[in-house]
Design a protein around this ligand. Sequence first.
Ligand code: UT7
Length: 332
Amino acid sequence: MGMNLIPAGITGAGMGLPDRIMTNADLEKIVDTSDEWITTRSGIKQRYIAEPGVYTSDLAVKAAREALEQAGLKPEELDAIIIGTVTPDYPFPAAACVVQEKLGAHRAAAFDLSAGCTGFMYAITVGAQFINTGMYRNVLVIGAETLSRILNWEDRTTCVLFGDGAGAVVLQPVSKGKGILACELGSDGAGVPLLLQTAGGSKYPASAETVSGKQHSIYMAGKDVFKFAVKVMGEVAEKAIAKAGLTIDDIDFFIPHQANIRIIDSAAKRLGLDMSKVFVNVDRYGNTSSASIGIALAEAVREGKVKDGDTLVLVGFGAGLTWGACVLCWGR
Ligand code: UT7
């Protein structure tokens, strides 16, 4: 980080979930699958699914309130709200505007950012720049999804993997040596066809055909995304760690995107990281896309696993294909 930049750090973390839990046994009643298959292939045992009347903004607001309280900040003090999401309440305007209104954060600029499951890493990186440059002091970053609303519940290869939820952090100026030490982002647009919601955009606007063809739900080439994920998680983490001037031995805690336990295991092995330093909760939440890293961080903080001065690595990957990592020193 340059000499004159103001260090940005996470001063509060929160999570928001719907009330309803769907177990693998529940899914066995909906599609031709088994607890055994889902557990061995993904590590997932259950996921949260938003009940009717609960939207992405509601989960985001829950997460935001916890993060704001931890930071000791009132909503009206926020300068900006950035939400990483692929399932906003409306195609437009941004979910961030809905959240702003629900929180009463009237001073804040508000916008969404779309980077698939990497949304949280992109949003943290963008949010940090506002603080680094001195433009803003209080930035709320949220990853929030209700992926259940865009799943094809007849497609067993995708519907068993995802869940709903939100994770939020407050970014503020922190003392030198603390906060975000380095960020690394990337994208490979050649991967667009591997993971996408085909219809509903300008190429295939909603029509009777797109609806009957189930083109408004998630399409994923699982095996290709798996291979990409295993490779890129280790690579981007290594790049960000090197950029921070650190080595893998300096890392106290690794918080990866929670898509699949096998991907997390492989990435940890590749990095030479002991699993005791890796946070895992995919068993309880499934893949919550851009919410997963925020949820994991909030949970780690709640459990007292993250201590002042700890060096953390957050790593994500997803549709685009995109990837991103941040290295940070916890504390103010
Ligand atoms: O955050 C966004 C990024 N997304 C991801 O990270 C997902 C990355 N991909 C994965 O995690 C894995 O590829 C999956 C978990 C999606 C699939 O695991 P896999 O080991 O690659 O399984 P597969 O796709 O090769 O499927 C193996 C078999 C197939 O049967 P055949 O063709 O071998 O007879 C599938 O039809 O398992 C079958 N199968 C299922 N069986 C029971 C697929 N889904 C299911 C299911 N229940 N839900």
